[in-house]
Structures are given as C-alpha cells and as structure tokens.
Design a protein around this ligand. Structure first.
Ligand code: C5P
Length: 396
C-alpha cells in the first residue's frame, strides 16, 4: 500500500450518486496517511452529508464561499493554497462544464479556478450525458488545459442504464493519486515511445496492418510523463487520446514512423518501441482503387526498416527497450530477440490475446535475468516498467 504521509489533498464532491464512493476514497487516503480536506457543492450535499466526510477526514468540510471558519474569508483561495492536488470526485457533467468555461460561482469551482496545484477530475454521469457533444467538448477543453481526466468506466449505472459514465472505483482513484504524487524518477529525461499499429497501403482504399489498439504504448507514455519525463509519442493510427502532457506525432506507415523516430532520437535518453510495426510494405502500392479481376491478385512485399534495430545500432544512441508479442516459445524467442537486437531490456507479453484488452501480464528480460509482472491493468504494468527503466538508468 502506498504511503500518503505528507500528501495534502483537496477532495471536491459535486452532485452525483457516486458521492458515496468518494467517502470510501477519503477513508482509504486517510488510512494511508494523507491529509484530506473536503469541499462539497450544494448538490453533493443532497447525496451525502458533510458530516460523513468530516468524520472520515477528521477535518471541517467546506460547502460555502462565505464560511467564516476560513481565515480572511478568502475560502476560494486559501483552501487550496497548501494542497498538493485537487481531485473532483464525483465530477458531474454540470461541474465539468463550469470548469471548462472558467465559471466560479460557488466555493468549489472558485477553488479550482484559483488553484496553483494540479487538478484531476473523475467524471460520473449517465451514459447519454457523457456522450453528449457538449460534454465531449468540455472534456476535450479540460484536457487541453492540462486537467487529468480519470475514467469514467463502463458498466451498470445507478439510473438503470448501462454504458460509459460510471465513476472509477475508490481503489482505482487511489492508485491514480498515488501515481500523480509519486516521486519524479525521470525528471529531466527525454523519452521517445512508439505505439499502435502501422498501415501499409495496397491501393487508395485497402491496406495491410497489424492488430494493435495502442493501449500499451499509450500507457507507457502516460507512466513516463507521470514520472516527470518529457515524452514524445510517435503513434500509428489508433482511436486513443494522447495522455496529458505528452507530445504526440501521428504517422500511418512504418517508413513515416521510422522517419519521425530518427528525427527525434538524437534528443532522446530512452527509446521504447511498443508499436506493432509492419515488417513489410507493398512494393508497388497503386494510386487508384484496384479493380476486381477473375484471377488471383499477387502483391509483392518488401521489408520495412527495423526501427528498433537501427536505433539500437547507433553509436551514441539512447537506452533501447523493445517489446515482443510471440505466439509460441515466448521465453526462448524473447531471449533470442534481446540478443539479436542488442538491447538492454526486452518486454515480452505473457498474456495471450492481449489485443485491445485493458490488462496484460509481462516478463522483463535484462542482464540480471527475467522478472515477471503479474496480470494487471496496462497502466499499472506501464508504471512498473517505467520504475524498472528508471532503476536501470540510475545504475548506468
Ligand atoms: O522482431 P519483432 O518485430 O518481433 O520486434 C518487436 C520489437 O521491434 C518491438 O519493440 C517493435 O516496436 C520493434 N520493431 C521496430 N521496427 C520494425 C519491427 C519491429 O521498431 N520494423
């Protein structure tokens, strides 16, 4: 369990039935040593009472801009000044809209606007509200403003419907806060990460690609940014959002990925190749749609550059980390691949059929041997991998 001793958190609750989960979160954090101060909107008080939060945090709970307990009556400023971060959980659709537009007509929204510390929000709402164009716009704006959006998750909702909009569970929010407050092991380091599949055109409407959702590579980029690194993510086509604070460069083909990586690599301290790069491309891709004929169609394939191999071969290149997704003899093939590519760390996917899933299991192979990371959400594994890389860098 993470030790939160010395961490000062402002927990903001807005109107949503998930407020009861925020009470459990407050309990977890206080048990781990955190100093938790709670502030609630009027709607939040319709779901649970300030007395519940007061009992759990052992501190007064603030609900009103004009609360005379705050020194100088400057509640909208004072209550967040000594905090390491603000977490809004649950964050209602209405509150996200206020944050995105800089409204400050109650204590909690004013605290958020006047903050100097990082702001994290855990949305909780009905699926239709989450998917509405207005909420999507507001969430995109918040991300662009540097706010971390945690979740929501998909599943049964209190309103009886099912879909995206459930607030993350208290333990998941706890893990997110632990990551946010974690020591910045990679501060001052520059990491270059590839993610997703590549797409090699056959003609203007068809192509060859690899199965990859990009989730692992994006999780690695997020974990590196959380550890304080400056992260560039060269991504093949995916439907994912760039993690907060990460510079993303979009590419389609392996050759484009190669070009972008080689341009960025001179500045990188670490290169992590997570992308499922197409080993071959069509030699003679057509600039028109190929018409259906009666006989067989033959495609000639030529090899793409081995991006990781080339970076690993550079005389003064970055520390290189490769990934391997093998369908048979995983350990032997992974060991052989590490030797062949001459890389200090190779990460092998232990889980079968990991494509598109949110969890995985990994083996890390380095000079010291093999280290298994048991099945967990990809972001948790990514944080463990980044901690391992930070240790290797420190030993160098
Ligand atoms: O040899 P294999 O394709 O299995 O190696 C996988 C590793 O090499 C992954 O880290 C992948 O991102 C990287 N790779 C690459 N360029 C290629 C093929 C794979 O960087 N053309």
């Amino acid at each position: 369990m993470t030790d939160f001793t010395g961490s000062r958190i402002l927990l903001g609750l807005t109107g949503g039935v998930a407020a009861y989960k925020a009470a459990s979160l407050a309990r977890l954090l206080v048990k781990a040593g955190a100093d938790v101060r709670a502030a609630m909107t009027a709607s939040a008080c319709g779901f649970i009472t300030p007395a519940t939060l007061q009992a759990l945090t052992g501190q007064p709970v603030f609900t009103d801009m004009w609360d005379s307990r705050v020194p100088d009556n400057m509640g909208h400023i004072e209550l967040s000044r000594d905090r390491d971060l603000i977490l809004i959980a649950p964050a209602s659709a209405d509150f996200l809209a206020k944050l995105a537009n800089g409204l400050a007509d109650d204590l909690l929204s004013a605290l958020c606007l006047a903050r100097r510390c990082p702001l994290l929000v855990a949305p909780a709402m009905n699926v239709e509200m989450w998917q509405s164009p207005a909420t999507r716009r507001n969430v995109a704006q918040l991300r662009a403003d540097g706010v971390s959006v945690l979740g929501p998750a998909s599943g049964d909702q209190a309103c009886g419907e099912s879909g995206m909009g459930r607030m993350l569970e208290p333990q998941q929010l706890y893990d997110e806060l632990a990551a946010q407050l974690a020591p910045k092991h990679l501060r001052g380091k520059r990491l270059l990460v590839t993610a997703g599949p590549t797409y090699e055109p056959i003609d203007t409407v068809r192509g060859i690609t690899n199965r990859s959702s990009g989730k692992m590579g994006y999780a690695v980029a997020q974990a590196a940014a959380e550890a304080g690194a400056e992260v560039t993510l060269v991504s093949g086509p995916t439907s994912l959002e760039a993690p907060c604070g990460v510079t993303r460069i979009d590419v389609t083909t392996a050759r484009q990925m190669h070009e972008q990586v080689m341009a960025a690599v001179p500045k990188a301290d670490v290169f992590i190749a997570v992308a499922a790069v197409g080993d071959y491309r069509v030699a003679d891709a057509k600039s028109h749609k190929i018409k259906r004929g009666s006989g067989n169609l033959h495609l000639e394939l030529e090899p793409n550059p081995d991006i990781l191999g080339e970076v690993a071969g550079l005389a003064k290149g970055p520390m290189c980390v490769g990934f391997a997704a093998e369908t048979e003899n995983l350990r032997e093939n992974a060991r052989a691949k590490r030797q062949k590519k001459k890389i200090p760390l190779l990460v092998a996917n232990l889980g079968q059929e990991t494509f598109g899933r949110d969890d995985n299991a990994l083996i890390l192979l380095d000079d010291h041997g093999e280290h298994e990371l048991e099945r967990a959400p990809k972001i948790i594994l990514a944080r463990q991998l980044i901690a391992h890389i930070a240790r290797m860098l420190a030993e160098k």
